[in-house]
Write a protein that binds this ligand. Structure first.
Ligand code: PEP
Ligand code: MG
Length: 776
């Protein structure tokens, strides 16, 4: 309770918050109740909004409170204000992305600015008369995962806003969202973003990103999981808690039933995913936050949505696709809980399905996918989603193509539209004509031949046509990823990203929790090798319980081994856990983002201390200890002679290495295809690295995304890499490519390419593959 009170600004010494938040313990609840009364009372939407804005300004002691509502064409219109010039209402309009208000809407995240007018995004609108107001707190008005408007507080004086104030305003914005979508402020057509302008019955082609390969046809089934939460404020928190527990119990047994069904289907994959799912469902931090929200006076549904909004806001701040996807799982679980609160067991409940279903969704969790009849499911189209999402992993195991990041799919596709999903070229054909359908039917029979080929190579040796053996390893981050070790035919784990388990937890795992986790990884890997990478956090991969200063260039900032060396206790605890987990057997670990030999030496000294400690504790030393570094920082390329004397192996992190070589942000979609790693400078650098390692007899592998793409993997093998580590789904295609490749010929051909001045060698390598029957 104390923590909760603090979170809402009722903390001793927090004068600033006390001054500007609704006063005492019951204050916030009272404000919620008054807002509810306004919403339930008489008067039209505009009258209610004006009253709400007035109430918020009064209770939060703000000089200004304004509400901007999203209109068609992505325009935010000032709908109500207390404190700004009333003449600006319905006149001041800002595009999404324009000004601070537009920026809040564009990123769907709050802004708290002590000096708003000196912010680079500030745009001055003279009609509002906002000159005297210095500080600004704005939050997006979210509903159904979309931004419906922006709620803003302003103060005359420069002041900082506490996190607690931001949270309060976010909760209030949820209630305002109900009014915004009620149809009383703007027409229902505009709210549902009906998109009649863009949807039509004409054929269309939608582009996206390929999350799973393959080709399929079927009829569209639109997955709409967002339930409307009508009652936001409750009088009896105990009753709401009781409702929450009943719904949770129902949800747990439904997940258990899914687990049992998936076990019966022999689905190791889906079972593991659901186990993770159950782990989330039992996450105490998540439940605790819902409890706390109920105690503020929200209904169970509203509390669940409130916590969901937080998760989504967190999601927006995290660029790492893997972590975002874990948060999407949590989002999925939240939707499921809302279904149970509404007395339904799943979204698919009662939906009549065609024989060939192409499921279209904004985002989808793995369990939601399992709610549908899998025998009818042919493909999946998502507006969001990434290759590391559980739903994509699951779709891969079901063998269905997935196209993700397909904007407006839910608007442009209508229920039961015929669709062709081309997971290889990341495109979806909506209502295709007969000629297109005929062309794809032909491709589908060719695809079927290729699928059979991948399945056949699984247990065949990974050796090229001219006898060059290549070790194929997996990249993993969660326990459930490990089961691919058995079913993919890979030789081991080339990269275990230890930060992933840290990031899905709500508190820092101590040595014994880490030891248990790493032991389970080793146990599941059986006798296959596992390379553990020590914590690679910082930059965009922040831990929820680890606060660091914000940095202007986080990718170049305090991250990975730099944190470990500056906070040796963290690194030593992880090393201790890894050594204990080895339990006298072999252990391989590597350090990320090492930029100079001296950093490796420091990390190694910490490891030596831990080895001594292991001894002192009477625990067995690892039978073999292999210590390596990730080559991700170009500077390390010029320290190889010294480095190779010290390390047992190198692993190239091509994602970061390319980012730093080309000075090109790996997370920026604008830059994603600007430079090509299949280019003379990058391949030359890798070639010289491999040559140096070979002459020092030092093992070198590559574990970035390059290794997962058959054409890139081909080039890497031609350069001289003999170990590649990749996502599980890439093993079949890469192995198939390898088995059709003559490495000596490619090596000779590559020597003619290194000195060229082309932007990219991609076309040339593709032509080589074609001319030499390499299957890519
Ligand atoms: C890389 O940088 O290539 C790598 C494998 O590490 P991560 O993608 O986790 O940064
Ligand atoms: Mg990296």
């Amino acid at each position: 309770m104390l923590q909760f009170l603090r979170r809402h600004g009722f903390q001793e010494g927090m004068q600033e918050i006390k001054r500007s938040s609704p006063g005492e313990t019951g204050g916030f609840r009272r404000l919620l109740a008054r807002l509810r009364d306004v919403m339930a009372g008489a008067g039209g939407g505009q009258y209610q909004l004006d009253k709400i804005v007035w109430l918020i300004a009064k209770e939060m002691m703000a000089d200004v409170c304004s509400c901007y509502v999203m209109r068609a064409g992505e325009v935010l219109e000032l709908f109500s204000t207390v404190g700004l010039n009333p003449a600006a209402v319905h006149k001041t309009r800002l595009r999404v992305g324009e000004g601070i208000v537009g920026d809040i809407a564009a990123h769907a995240r709050p802004a708290a600015l002590a000096r708003a007018q000196s912010h680079p995004n500030f745009v001055y609108r003279p009609e509002t008369g906002e000159d005297p107001f210095q500080s600004l707190l704005g939050v997006p008005i979210l509903r159904g995962g979309r931004v419906r408007g922006v709620l803003v507080l302003q103060h005359r004086e420069e002041r900082d806003f506490a996190d607690e104030e931001i949270e309060i305003l976010q909760t209030i914005a949820m209630i305002v969202a109900e009014l915004v979508v009620s149809g009383e402020l703007v027409g229902p057509q505009e709210i549902s973003n009906a998109g009649d302008e863009i949807s039509s019955s004409l054929p269309a082609r939608l582009g996206g990103s390929a999350l799973n390969h393959g080709l399929a046809m079927g009829l569209a089934v639109l997955h709409r999981h967002q339930l409307t939460v009508r009652e936001m404020v409750a009088d009896d928190p105990d009753r709401e808690l009781e409702r929450l527990h009943t719904a949770l119990a129902g949800m747990h047994s439904a997940i258990d039933a899914l687990l049992a069904a998936s076990a019966m289907m022999g689905g190791g994959e889906s079972r593991d995913i659901l186990e993770t799912y159950r782990m989330f469902a039992e996450d105490r931090g998540w439940l605790q936050r819902i409890h706390e929200a109920i105690r503020t006076g929200l209904t169970a549904e509203a509390a669940v949505v409130r916590v969901q909004n937080d998760t989504r806001a967190r999601m927006n701040q995290i660029a790492d696709p893997y972590i975002r996807e874990r948060l999407l799982d949590l989002d999925d679980l939240t939707n499921r809980l809302l279904q149970h609160l509404a007395g339904r067991t799943s979204v698919a409940d009662g939906v009549v399905l065609p024989d060939d279903v192409v499921l279209v969704a904004r985002s989808l969790g793995p369990a939601e996918l399992l709610d549908y009849d899998l025998n009818r499911l042919r493909a999946l189209v998502l507006e969001e989603g990434s290759a590391t999402s559980h739903v994509a992993i699951l779709a891969r195991s079901l063998g269905i193509p997935v196209v993700g990041q397909c904007p407006d799919a839910m608007i442009r596709i209508e229920s039961l539209d015929p669709l062709i999903v081309d997971g290889d070229h990341a495109q979806v054909f909506v209502r295709p004509g007969d000629d297109i359908q005929a062309a794809f039917a032909e491709s589908m029979s060719l695809m079927a031949v290729r699928e059979r080929l991948y399945a056949e190579v699984r247990n065949m040796p990974s050796v090229s046509r001219d006898g060059v053996a290549v070790t194929i390893m997996l990249n993993c981050g969660l326990l459930l990823d490990l089961q691919h070790l058995a079913d993919s035919g890979a030789d081991g784990i080339g990269l275990y990203r230890t930060e992933i388990p840290f990031m899905v937890r709500s508190s820092y795992p101590d040595v014994s929790a880490q030891t248990e986790l790493y032991s389970r990884v080793l146990q599941q890997a059986d006798d296959k090798p596992v390379v553990f990478r020590t914590l690679d956090v910082g930059g965009d991969k922040m831990l929820p319980y680890f606060t660091a200063e914000s940095e202007e260039n986080p990718a170049l900032g305090w991250r990975a081994v730099r944190i470990g060396l500056d906070r040796p206790a963290i690194l030593r605890q992880q090393m201790r856990a890894l050594l204990r987990a080895a339990g006298g057997k072999s252990m391989s670990m590597m350090f990320p983002m090492v930029a100079e030999v001296a950093e490796f030496d420091m990390a190694r000294r910490l490891l030596d201390m831990e080895l001594e400690r292991l001894n002192a504790d009477g625990l067995p030393q690892p039978s073999v200890l292999r210590v390596g570094v990730m080559l991700e920082v170009p500077a390390l390329m010029w320290q190889l002679p010294a480095l190779l004397k010290r390390v047992d192996f190198l692993s190239v992190g091509s994602n970061d290495l390319a980012q730093f070589m080309f000075a090109c942000d790996r997370g920026n979609p604008r830059m994603s295809s600007r430079y090509d790693p299949l280019s003379p400078p990058f391949l030359t650098a890798l070639r010289s690295l491999v040559a140096t390692c070979d002459s020092a007899s030092a093992p070198v592998s590559l574990c970035g995304e390059m290794a997962a793409r058959p054409l890139e993997a081909m080039a890497l093998i031609g350069i001289g890499f003999r170990t590649l580590s990749m996502a599980p789904s890439a093993v079949g295609p890469v192995k198939t490519m390898l088995r059709s490749l003559d490495v000596a010929r490619l090596r000779d051909y590559l020597t003619t390419l290194y000195r060229r001045d082309d932007h990219s060698l991609r076309d040339k390598l593709r032509a080589f593959a074609k001319d030499h029957d390499v299957i890519i």
